[in-house]
Every structure is written in structure tokens, then in C-alpha cells.
Design a binder for this molecule. Structure first.
Ligand SMILES: Cc1cc2nc3c(=O)[nH]c(=O)nc-3n(C[C@H](O)[C@H](O)[C@H](O)COP(=O)(O)OP(=O)(O)OC[C@H]3O[C@@H](n4cnc5c(N)ncnc54)[C@H](O)[C@@H]3O)c2cc1C
Length: 426
């Protein structure tokens, strides 16, 4: 599908160029030329134009979220545990292999489809959303892009249907400075030996497949970093599960690797190229987190606004006071702007165009908007919003993580600023 889209686009681009050349040759002033020439074959669309498959997928995720997730959100948050029925349901519905080829068990949809799944799940629960996000945008994508053919045939079908994946890069001493990682890999005759610790690993409590970054040759610095596909049963130990402010149903664990033997065949891609894969995957993964934050913001907004038209003070619904309505308008516009940045980054990626700055802007802005929208949603519900009774406060707790994982807000600003310096600096 992505291939077909690219082909359509390149066809359109060629026709557009031809139209421009005809216009240039006409010798008329530019504005006149636009009127004088035939209608442009380029059909610009809004960022809310989706394929039929994307629309159908959105509807099916909405249904799944209502039927399966809504009844479990509060209990999972309180218990700080993901219900296994949700993970099974996500696999059964095909939401865990959105972009994977059909012959390997996937849905073979576009990257934007994955973004839609993440956004829709986050409207209901950011924990379920990030579980699906990490599995799709980080784990599946890395395997799809860099694994050997044998590895793809062995692992993509199980990642599509039954086994959850984790992405293990961060360590206690290396967060934003991810390539200062200390986990070591040694090459032996018929295996690699992994030793070290990973921290903050999403899905680790339930995952059976881990993409682990370790340094195979520290003398080469970050150019020794290599990625391995490690099955849990090879010896991955869960050392600690974090107790968190938000996304509490999503497991976040410390992992220990103590002489873990990994078959040579489980090298992902090439030795020493792990740092490239990590940069590349986090650039696109950020669009997923942006989608998570957009969905969360929308979910909080929708949960609160309706009730303001029911709740009466001073003889009328509080939602009818202009002071409230100005806030609704502001937050609604902020959410829409975050959504547009996110969809734009997703489509740029799909079209094979540069998207790193756009992804950083989408992630930074969406996480800001999510915090603002969920905070306002609490205030609009008054005292009730502050209780755990109606579940609005959870959105606010969950929103904080958007500014931390897959690159903190400062790291996103740094990325954006680097592009600006390149463009405008001396
Ligand atoms: C719930 C959760 C889930 C996570 N899931 C995963 C996962 O699945 N896999 C994984 O590998 N990691 C995961 N992480 C790790 C996450 O990516 C890191 O926490 C994040 O990159 C920040 O690193 P740090 O916590 O070490 O903070 P630090 O890097 O120590 O940052 C502390 C502060 O310093 C600022 N700072 C750092 N460097 C700079 C700079 N150069 N300029 C300006 N400011 C700077 C940061 O913005 C931040 O405000 C997760 C983290 C959490 C909390």
C-alpha cells in the first residue's frame, strides 16, 4: 500500500512539473498564468484525508477501545497492571502488526494507520496505547527494516499474532545521552554474550521479545553499539518494576543481562550499526508518541466538556459562561494544531520525505498540549475532576510522560533548533 501511494505521488509530481513548465512558457505574470492555464492535475488534500482502509481501521479501533478497554481502565490503573485480555484482543484484531506484510501475519497498512491506532487507543487509555505503539513503531519496524530474511520469517509472524516486544536502549546512566550505554556484548564462537542492565523498559513485564542495544566494541565508542533480538527465555531477568505517576498499567522495568547467550543469527542488522538504527527508529517513533498525546488530549477534552453543559451554577450550565467557552475554543484549537503536526509528520515519512524536524515539533507540541488540555479538563469538572471517580485526573497523570520518553522535550527542542541553526545560522 505504501508502495502504491509513493507511485501515485511520483506520478502526480511529474504531471505537476509539466504543468509548471507550460505555465512558465506562457510568459504571463504568475497570478494570471494560474488562471489562464488548465486546472492543475495536483489535487491538494487536507491532512484529514484518509484512505478507506485508514477510516475503517479507525472505526474498528474505536469499537475495540469502547468494548474492551473502557470497562477495564480504572481497575488496571489502580492495580498498575495490564489485563492480558487486552493484549490478546490487540493481537486478535491485527492492531499489533499494522504495517507488517500480510504474508507474515500483518495488516499491511500505512504508517498513518499505525498512528491512527495509537491515537484512538490513547483517547481511552494511554497505557494500552503505548503498549501498542512500542510494539508497532519500534519493535516491528526495526525487525522489518533491518533483520535478515530468516529472522523476519521466524519473528514477524509471532510478533504479529502472539508475542509482545520491548525496545531496550536506556540504562541507569544513559538516558538522553543514550549512546553512553554500558551494556556489553562479546562475540564468541557460536553466540554473543550479553552483560549489563537496562532501565525504564516499556512492556518488559509482559514481553517475550526484546530488542537490546549493547556495545560490542567500546574502543569504537558509539560505533560499537549493536542491536540484538533477545528472547526472554535466553535469560532476560526482570529486576524491578517501577511504580509510576501515570501510565500505571504499562509495565516499565529494569532488566538484567547476566551472561545471556544470544545466537549469532539473532544479530539485528549489522555489527556496529545499532546507533544508526536507534536514531532512525526514534525519529519515527516520536510521531507515535505525538499521536498518543493527541489522543490523550482529545480524550480528556471530550470526557469533560459535555458535563459542563449539564452542571448548573448561577442558574445556568457552567459551559455557557463565556469564560469557559473561551477556554474550550483555545484547547480545541491547540489539540487540532497538535494533530495536524502529527499527521503531517506521518505523511511526510510515508512519502519518503525528510521528517525529523516535523516529528520533533509534533512530539514536543503534542505533549505540551496534552498536559494543558488534561489539566484544563480537570478544572472544568470542578471538585469532581480532582477525584478518581470520573477518571479525568488520570489523563493528566498520564500526560506527563509525553515530555519524557523517546526524547525529552528539551531533546526535541534541541533537534528543532539544530535545523534552525543550519537554515539561519552563520
Ligand atoms: C515510563 C517510561 C517508559 C520508558 N520506556 C522506555 C523504553 O521502552 N525503552 C527505552 O530504551 N527507554 C525508555 N524510557 C527511558 C526514556 O527514554 C528516558 O527516561 C528519557 O530519554 C530521559 O532520560 P533520563 O530519564 O535519563 O533523563 P536525563 O537524560 O537524565 O534528563 C534529565 C533532564 O535533563 C535534561 N537534559 C538532558 N540532556 C540535555 C541537553 N543536552 N540539553 C538540555 N537538557 C537536557 C532532560 O531534558 C531532562 O529534563 C522510558 C522512560 C519512562 C519514564
Amino acid at each position: 500500500m505504501i508502495g502504491k501511494t509513493a507511485a501515485r505521488l511520483s506520478g502526480t509530481a511529474t504531471r505537476t512539473l509539466a504543468a509548471r513548465q507550460r505555465q512558465a512558457a506562457s510568459g504571463l505574470p504568475v497570478a494570471r498564468r494560474c488562471l489562464a492555464t488548465e486546472a492543475s492535475p495536483l489535487q491538494p488534500t487536507s491532512l484529514f484525508t484518509f484512505t478507506e482502509e485508514e477510516n475503517m481501521l479507525r472505526e474498528s479501533v474505536q469499537k475495540f477501545a469502547q468494548d474492551m478497554v473502557v470497562p477495564r481502565v480504572r481497575e488496571m490503573d489502580e492495580a498498575e497492571k495490564m489485563d492480558p485480555a487486552i493484549i490478546k484482543g490487540l493481537f486478535d484484531q491485527g492492531f499489533m502488526a499494522v504495517e507488517t506484510a500480510a504474508d507474515l501475519g500483518g495488516a499491511e497498512c500505512s504508517f498513518t494507520s499505525a498512528i491512527i491506532v495509537i491515537e484512538e487507543l490513547a483517547k481511552i487509555d494511554a497505557s494500552v496505547s503505548v503498549l501498542c505503539d512500542v510494539h508497532n513503531t519500534l519493535v516491528n519496524t526495526l525487525v522489518r527494516k533491518h533483520a535478515s530474511e530468516e529472522m523476519k520469517k521466524k519473528y514477524l509472524p509471532i510478533l504479529s499474532t502472539e508475542k509482545l516486544g520491548s525496545f531496550a536502549l536506556s540504562e541507569p546512566a544513559s538516558g538522553s545521552d543514550a549512546f553512553a550505554l554500558q551494556t556489553r556484548a562479546e562475540k564468541k564462537d557460536d553466540h554473543y554474550l550479553l552483560n549489563g542492565s537496562k532501565m525504564w523498559i516499556t512492556n518488559a513485564g509482559e514481553a517475550e521479545i526484546f530488542l537490546v542495544f549493547a556495545n560490542l566494541d567500546p574502543s569504537k565508542g558509539y560505533k560499537g553499539i549493536t542491536c540484538f533480538l533477545v528472547e526472554k527465555e535466553m535469560g532476560v531477568q526482570i529486576a524491578k518494576k517501577e511504580q509510576k505517576l501515570g501510565i500505571r498499567a504499562s509495565s516499565t522495568c529494569t532488566l538484567n543481562f547476566d551472561d545471556v547467550k544470544v545466537p549469532l543469527a539473532n544479530l539485528l542488522g549489522k555489527e556496529g550499526e545499532g546507533y544508526k538504527y536507534a536514531i532512525e527508529i526514534l525519529n519515527e517513533g516520536r510521531i507515535g508518541i505525538a499521536a498518543q498525546m493527541v489522543g490523550l488530549a482529545q480524550g480528556a477534552f471530550e470526557k469533560s466538556i459535555g458535563a459542563t453543559y449539564q452542571r448548573k451554577q448561577f442558574g445556568k450550565p457552567v459551559g455557557e459562561f463565556q469564560g469557559m467557552q473561551f477556554q474550550f475554543a483555545e484547547i480545541h484549537t491547540m489539540i487540532e494544531s497538535a494533530r495536524l503536526l502529527t499527521y503531517n509528520a506521518a505523511r511526510l515519512k510515508e512519502e519518503g520525505k525528510p521528517f525529523t524536524k516535523e516529528a520533533a515539533m509534533a512530539k514536543w507540541w503534542s505533549s505540551e498540549v496534552a498536559q494543558k488540555a488534561s489539566g484544563s479538563a480537570i478544572e472544568w469538572a470542578g471538585g469532581l475532576g480532582f477525584t478518581r471517580e470520573i477518571g479525568i485526573e488520570k489523563y493528566w497523570r498520564d500526560s506527563k510522560i509525553g515530555a519524557i520518553y523517546e526524547g525529552t522535550s528539551n531533546i526535541q527542542r534541541l533537534t528543532i533548533a539544530k535545523f534552525l541553526q543550519k537554515q539561519y545560522g552563520q
